[in-house]
Design a protein around this ligand. Structure first.
Ligand SMILES: Cc1cc2nc3c(=O)[nH]c(=O)nc-3n(C[C@H](O)[C@H](O)[C@H](O)COP(=O)(O)OP(=O)(O)OC[C@H]3O[C@@H](n4cnc5c(N)ncnc54)[C@H](O)[C@@H]3O)c2cc1C
Ligand code: SF4
Length: 660
């Protein structure tokens, strides 16, 4: 990065010589100035020169509009882009660092690879003092990096970016292969994944041809992008607009970068929290309730929202007052739904706000959904979900917790010790899948009941009341709720449209993550539920949609969902039915989709009665295994408070799970 007249200028430039390539290398997480490069590119293209233009997808879109014609000699390369902060903001950060170090900064690298680590990126600051020196700032301690990576400070337009997803504007897209170690562990034999691995998407024939020319010089392996896109949000949807953005930018505007840095670092240094902050949070969360619920309430998924609602309502029907812990500050229509039906704690802004929750309840309940899935979440989040912040004297309960298809193995042995200690502090555990029950027994020596999803704990009449005001009539439609659409699922839907001579109504699911990303989502939770209750037939790859369809005794076609096979199998086992899960249209005629509705109703009633009994008992009975809990609370305390460990557990101790 070039510093000109006291400022870093991040700008596009051209090179025509391999030895100058270094000038372009390195990600700069700042908006770059395109300058004259569109014009220069046009001149070179008209002269017949081969031009490779790289940049953010919107810059490539700008180039294409500017050129207004196709050029065979143009190759466009973009990045998987979560967005950019502006240059003034970045330069204010640099000024802040200069004042802190008391030296001028002459260079800055966002992703230092000195120690070979790609996913524990470091900020490097070079300082002049006769001879330049290097400083490495861990990303978690760089306010700029952390604000960027958590998408708090991007340009406003980035939250509505039109260039995300897999339908790319360029011939080639480059990104980080986040998640490759989890999805393709066998590749470790071929590559040193820990040293870094890039993801290259070949989007056009031209891109493919160029790659084939250099293929013999690179070590690569084809992958299924469907598996990796879930770890890289710009390959699915734009960055999520959060309330925090407004908060931080206001602070920056009114008080300058130093005030922003100071406030931000409170997230990491609990001790530095001011007295006023503490009073404020005490005041806001002082109302006492019987239980506080940790759920996946902010997940952009109708099922997760209704699972939270159902657990909250179940407790309320048992005379247990509760609130949902509001730990996620993202915007979304789901909060509008909850406002009508559930109580929340105030938004938790600092990690220490979690500690303060101890004052407002005697019981912490972890609700259903993927809250303990080591394969999809960071250890920080899982530890929070398992109430690492809760005081020794509190009761801790897991109701229908889910760990997906995680087999209980951790990458590092101390991660296992930490999770083991967290589980051992619970007074009662039930898991949603019988798989989870086995994992807890085998990997952590913990007993757990197997109780299916909280949506079954309420009578179906309760849901009928919920949807009684929905005006849309779905009775002539087929309901389609496919979280991971493919050509096969489209064909299956078409088949049933023809068979029933009915149009399908499509409810969008995770792959578009509409509501969560600040997009307009005008189809309410109530509408979704009403469509299940009233459509002719339901076609879905969603666990909760299937569960509701069965509860309403509707015909349901289950389509294979590679992300969640275990939860389906466990559901069918709990209801003692055998519903086929199909992969393509050819399989339809092989199976009978009928099921025994009476048996389903009886088994749902059994789950409901069992769950309600267990919830009541676990909340009302005295605390269990006190000595064991004291011992493991000490272990948790050591893990929770040891800076050394937090630093050395590396990326799994990131503040939030987010791709970069
Ligand atoms: C603002 C930004 C956001 C990103 N977000 C993600 C993400 O969410 N997920 C992900 O997997 N990867 C993301 N990346 C891409 C990632 O950081 C790497 O650039 C990519 O994986 C390629 O790495 P590399 O080491 O091969 O190339 P690099 O040497 O890192 O360079 C990548 C290319 O991008 C160009 N470039 C660098 N900075 C900018 C900029 N500010 N504006 C325009 N072009 C630039 C470089 O000149 C080079 O051509 C982002 C990159 C940027 C610049
Ligand atoms: S997120 Fe979209 S709009 Fe923002 S810089 Fe990236 S490509 Fe451009």
């Amino acid at each position: 990065m070039q510093k000109v007249a006291d400022k870093f200028e991040i700008k596009h430039m051209y090179i025509d010589n391999e030895k100058d390539l270094y000038k372009l290398q390195g990600s700069k997480y700042v908006q770059s100035d395109i300058g004259d490069t569109y014009k220069q590119a046009k001149v070179f293209l008209e002269e017949g020169k081969q031009v490779l233009f790289s940049g953010t997808p919107c810059q490539i879109a700008g180039l294409k509009i500017f050129l207004n014609k196709e050029y065979a000699n143009l190759l466009c390369v973009d990045i998987s882009c979560e967005g950019v902060p502006n240059q003034k903001f970045f330069n204010d950060y640099i000024k802040f660092l200069e004042e802190k170090f008391n030296y001028p900064i002459i260079d800055f690298k966002f992703r230092n690879k000195d120690n070979g680590a790609w996913n524990t990126a470091r900020v490097v600051v070079a300082v002049v003092d006769g001879k330049p020196e290097k400083y490495i700032i861990p990303t978690s301690q760089s306010s700029y990096f952390s604000l960027f990576i958590n998408c708090y400070i991007l340009r406003e337009s980035c939250y509505n970016c039109q260039y995300t997803g897999l339908n790319r504007i360029s011939d080639i897209t480059v990104a980080d292969a986040w998640g490759v170690d989890l999805e393709y562990p066998e590749l470790n034999k071929k590559f040193a994944i820990a040293d870094g691995m890039s993801l290259v998407l070949l989007n056009t024939e031209k891109g493919e041809k160029i790659f084939n020319k250099i293929a013999s010089n690179v070590t690569y392996n084809p992958i299924d992008i469907e598996k990796l896109k879930k770890y890289n949000h710009p390959l699915r949807h734009p960055s999520v607009l959060t309330d925090d953005r407004e908060y931080y930018l206001e602070l920056y505007k009114n008080k300058g970068y130093a005030a922003l840095d100071d406030k931000f670092m409170l997230n990491y240094k609990i001790k530095k929290r001011t007295f006023i902050d503490k009073i404020k949070s005490n005041f806001n969360n002082k109302e006492k309730v019987d239980a506080l619920l940790m759920t996946m309430y902010a997940n952009p998924n109708y099922g997760s929202i209704l699972a939270t609602y159902s657990l909250y309502e179940t407790l309320s029907s048992l005379g247990i007052t509760s609130k949902v812990i509001h730990y996620d500050t993202k915007k979304g229509y789901c909060l509008d739904f909850y406002k009508k039906y559930c109580k929340f704690t105030d938004k938790l802004f600092f990690l220490s706000d979690l500690k303060d929750l101890n004052k407002s309840t005697s019981t912490f309940i972890l609700g259903s959904d993927n809250l303990i899935n080591y394969k999809t979440d960071s250890l920080t989040n899982i530890a929070r979900n398992l109430f690492n912040f809760s005081n020794l004297n509190k009761k801790r309960i897991i109701i229908s917790g889910s760990m997906g298809d995680w087999n209980g193995k951790c990458k590092k042995f101390y991660e296992h010790i930490y999770l083991n200690a967290l589980f051992k502090r619970f007074d009662y555990i039930s898991t949603r899948e019988n798989h989870g029950q086995k994992v807890l027994q085998n990997a952590f020596n913990c007993n757990a009941d197997w109780i299916n999803d909280p949506i079954f704990y309420l009578e179906k009449e309760k849901y009928e009341t919920l949807i009684s005001n929905v005006k849309t009539d779905y009775s002539n439609n087929i309901m389609q709720y496919i979280l991971y659409p493919t050509n096969d699922t489209n064909e299956i839907v078409k088949y049933f449209e023809n068979k029933y001579n009915a149009q399908s109504v499509e409810f969008q699911g995770n792959s578009n993550v509409l509501s969560y990303s600040g997009f307009e989502q005008d189809i309410s939770v109530e509408n979704w539920l009403s469509a299940i209750k009233n459509s002719k037939i339901i076609i879905t790859d969603s666990f909760h949609c299937t569960a509701f369809a069965l509860m309403f005794n509707k015909p349901v076609i289950c389509v294979k969902n590679t992300h969640a096979p275990i939860r389906f199998l466990s559901l069918f086992e709990a209801l003692n039915i055998n519903i086929p899960i199909i992969e393509n249209v050819q399989e339809i005629n092989k199976y009978n989709f009928e099921y025994d509705k009476q048996k389903v109703n009886q088994n749902i009633a059994n789950i409901r009665n069992f769950a309600r009994e267990k919830i009541k008992n676990s909340i009302n009975s005295p605390k269990q295994n006190i000595l064991q809990q004291i011992f493991y609370s000490i272990v948790v305390f050591i893990f929770h408070s040891s800076n050394y460990i937090i630093k050395n557990l590396g990326k799994r101790f990131s503040i939030k799970t987010t791709t970069q």
